[in-house]
Ligand binder design. Sequence first.
Ligand SMILES: Nc1nc2c(c(=O)[nH]1)N=C([C@H](O)[C@H](O)COP(=O)(O)OP(=O)(O)OP(=O)(O)O)CN2
Length: 267
Amino acid sequence: MHRLNRQIRFSVNPFLEQTPRGSNSFASKPAGEGLAVFLSLWVELCSDLDPDTGFVVNVAEIDTIIRRYGIPVIAGRITERFRRGAHTSLTDLTEILEDAWAAIEDRFDEVTLHSLALDLNPYRKISIISEDAEMIYFTEKFDFAASHQLWNTKFSDEQNFQHFGKCANPSGHGHNYIIEVTVEKPAASPEFSIADYEKVVTDEFIAKVDHKNLNSDVDRFAELNPTVENIAVYAWDCLKDKFATARLAHVKVWESDRTYCKYSGPV
Ligand SMILES: Nc1nc2c(c(=O)[nH]1)N=C([C@H](O)[C@H](O)COP(=O)(O)OP(=O)(O)OP(=O)(O)O)CN2
């Protein structure tokens, strides 16, 4: 079974009568005319591969279906809210995403719609997945800078340099880390506060690691190597059970744009 993901970038122009023309789907289609609401929708589809084409579905077909049936639902609902001056909350966005799901889920032959994620900006998204239609997932990215040394006192110096190479440098080295924190909550439950969520992540995790020497400033790493894998577990432990109206679903820690570790542990 394969899972194919495709991102569809589009803009909503709430106060224009006509959808702007435009043909750069890499940037946004429909395009924004002047200042517009830029969004993107990630569509994840599952199936075995078609033996003749090697496709789950041709991405051109995904684009056509999503632009014809999905985007008009999202754009229409957002336009309607803007025009009557209504704020669009996460609960409203969840309903809009669920309506988009209903409009497209049966449009793909022999392929299952597995998830839909709406990027609200480059650092924040909401998602729904087929396994758990009652749940909404909210994800935001945070950054922190930290230094560390990879070293194991059980090893000789030579063995340490063999295992960890330049990361064993006794003076340490630094990374600009990114952490993505995903929480889940029942779609129908009371409004989730993004400000409260951000405060929890900032107070319970970022404050403990940002601008720190992980080996010497963070107790967890006094004996344990601060690898990206162990940092992900530490983040999980710091954050689980800390959200008042949501449950931690998983964390993803990026050590660089080439390395990340995703973790979800026992709660
Ligand atoms: N499984 C893991 N392997 C390594 C980790 C880790 O956390 N988990 N960490 C490191 C070091 O921290 C290293 O600094 C990683 O840096 P990175 O930029 O990814 O690698 P380099 O710059 O050293 O790669 P080049 O190819 O030399 O540019 C190592 N391994």
